[in-house]
Design a protein. Structure first.
Length: 42
């Protein structure tokens, strides 16, 4: 019985890309809402 301890490269790649996308999505959302709030001050 072989035990696989290392994650599959494809899943690892998807996981890393997903984390990066989530980071950028949060960053863009913060910028968007800050801009919307700034524009609605007028």
């Amino acid at each position: 019985m072989k035990q696989q301890t290392t994650p599959r490269p494809v899943l690892w790649k998807i996981y890393k890309i997903g984390k990066k996308l989530a980071k950028y999505a949060c960053y863009i959302a913060v910028l968007y809402f800050a801009w919307k709030g700034f524009m609605s001050w007028d």
